[in-house]
Design a protein around this ligand. Structure first.
Ligand SMILES: Nc1nc2c(ncn2[C@@H]2O[C@H](COP(=O)(O)OP(=O)(O)OP(=O)(O)O)[C@@H](O)[C@H]2O)c(=O)[nH]1
Ligand SMILES: [Mg+2]
Length: 436
């Protein structure tokens, strides 16, 4: 889209509510022409009073509520009109098209918030918090966005350290004496910040729960039961599932990804011969190759990366794994075995208990290593870029070239801490959703 600065003086319009149907939808119109544009849709002109909603009825449009906000006392700092109409997307579309015909321009992503920043209503960091707040999916992620200290503080401290190192290095070069700066504290700080950014990334990702175990133990049947529809193919042939499948599940207010995977085979994954779960008559040592072996490789990769393993007995290598919940599949078809949690995809027995255990495990894991700071998407990227950039500084032996790399790093930090207005839109707001 064109640089929005050129258009800072025009009037923009967008639905602030999501695209689906709902009881109410909110349309926002912001800019110097907001009231005249709305006025072109009305037959009589009401007397607007700041913050006072008016109920209007326009033939061929809808009956709707208009709340006027006068500059500078609005979200954007401009004259703003909020229209609450019935939440049918057709009604919203009709409104938007009439407002466009009357002179409004459809807003780009994040343009309302961009204007708010340009008009001094909020800082860039506050705007970035809003962006993250809108897309946070996990309760602890939202809490971090709302209360976590800004990682920008850590970067400011780091910049001071970088400036000191630059000065040390320059004087070592100029006077040909001393060893230059002590790099280790700086390296540690950069690694610490990057580790925190990575931690946030991992900590705020949708938890991944893998159904893992020998072939034919009932994983796909359980997957379908929890997903609520026949997503995975089920059959009595061992090795039915090859590609892995995922479904987003929500239990007790917590979303997670449930993943079904190819069952493990002795030949591929070291299961003992005769292990339970293999169909009588099937050769447990049959070498696995081709697409099924590829599927099993994926399963093992997924197992390394998962937050929780639902380990269908037998699932080798999971006994001592703290992420594993050991289950006995097909529990309707056998007597309970020791410590295993009995579940049956066929009857649904034990499924609620399993889901409770899964979300308890996820909550327990994520409550222990809460990140120390909140990183905006931009600062998280910066943290990783600095780590790589510092690697270049350290990898260089010539002090003059080191100084150049260090200068580039300092510049990058300075720019990030004080984003020039010209780059503001591309760097931050283009990642927002439309209407915010
Ligand atoms: N009695 C009983 N049979 C089940 C249950 N779950 C699955 N089965 C049967 O066991 C066989 C294998 O089921 P799947 O769900 O495909 O097993 P899987 O673990 O996904 O198998 P692979 O994809 O080959 O690894 C099918 O014949 C199912 O009907 C269960 O809870 N109870
Ligand atoms: Mg399967």
């Amino acid at each position: 889209m064109p640089a929005p600065d050129i258009f800072l003086d025009d009037t923009i319009v967008a639905a602030a509510t999501g695209p689906g149907a709902g009881a109410i939808a909110l349309i926002r119109l912001s800019g110097p022409e907001a009231f005249p544009i709305l006025g072109r849709l009305l037959t009589t002109q009401p007397r607007w009073r700041h913050g006072r909603a008016r109920h209007l009825l326009v033939e061929g449009l809808d009956d709707f509520l208009v709340t006027p906000w006068f500059a500078p006392r609005s979200y954007t700092g401009e004259d703003t009109v909020e229209i609450s109409c019935h939440g049918n997307p057709l009604i919203v579309e009709r409104f938007l098209s009439r407002l466009k015909d009357a002179g409004a321009r459809p807003a780009g992503p994040g343009e309302f918030t961009y204007r708010a920043v340009r008009h001094g209503k909020m800082t860039v960091t506050e705007a970035e918090r809003i962006a993250h707040r809108l897309r946070a999916r996990l309760p602890w992620e939202l809490e971090l966005v709302e209360t976590g200290p800004d990682a920008g503080l850590a970067f400011s401290r780091l910049l001071t350290q970088v400036h000191l190192a630059q000065a040390d290095l320059e004087s070592a070069i100029e006077f040909q004496e001393g060893d230059g700066p002590d790099w280790e504290p700086l390296a540690m700080e950069i690694r610490r910040i990057a580790a925190q950014a990575r931690l946030q990334d991992h900590w705020a990702r949708l938890p991944r729960v893998l159904l893992l175990g020998a072939v034919n133990t009932g994983k796909s049947t359980l997957f379908n039961r929890i997903a609520g529809y026949e997503r995975a193919i089920v059959s009595d042939q061992p090795g039915t599932t090859r590609d892995w499948l995922e479904a987003e599940i929500r239990h007790d207010g917590l979303p997670f990804l449930l993943i079904d995977s190819a069952g493990l085979r002795p030949g591929a994954a070291g299961l003992r011969p005769g292990a339970a779960g293999l169909r009588p008559g099937a050769d447990p040592m049959a070498p696995v190759e081709g697409p099924e072996a590829e599927g099993i490789r994926h399963t093992l990769d997924l197992a390394r990366d998962a937050d929780v393993l639902v380990a269908f007995s037998p699932a080798p290598g999971t006994a001592a794994d703290p992420r594993a919940i050991a289950v006995q599949g097909k529990a309707d078809d056998g007597s309970p075995r020791g410590e295993l949690l009995p579940v049956s995809g066929r009857t649904g027995a034990g499924v609620q208990t399993l889901l409770d255990r899964i979300v308890d495990e996820i909550r327990a894991q994520r409550s222990t290593d809460r990140p120390q700071w909140w990183f905006s998407a931009r600062l998280a990227e910066l943290a990783l870029a600095l780590e790589a950039g510092f690697g270049r500084v350290q990898g260089e032996v010539l002090p003059e070239v080191r100084a150049l790399h260090l200068k580039a790093l300092a510049l990058r930090l300075e720019e990030a801490l004080e984003v020039p207005p010209a780059d503001l839109y591309e760097m931050i707001f283009s990642r927002f959703c439309i209407g915010k």
